[in-house]
Write a protein of this length. Structure first.
Length: 31
């Protein structure tokens, strides 16, 4: 159960990180 939860957290963190990077790229691209 713990490893399953860890996997979920890892996936969510990776997704948020990717979205944040995408946002930054778009912002820098507009500037």
């Amino acid at each position: 159960m713990v490893s399953n939860l860890e996997k979920n957290v890892e996936r969510t963190y990776a997704l948020v990180l990717r979205l944040t990077v995408n946002d930054m790229m778009i912002t820098y691209g507009k500037s």
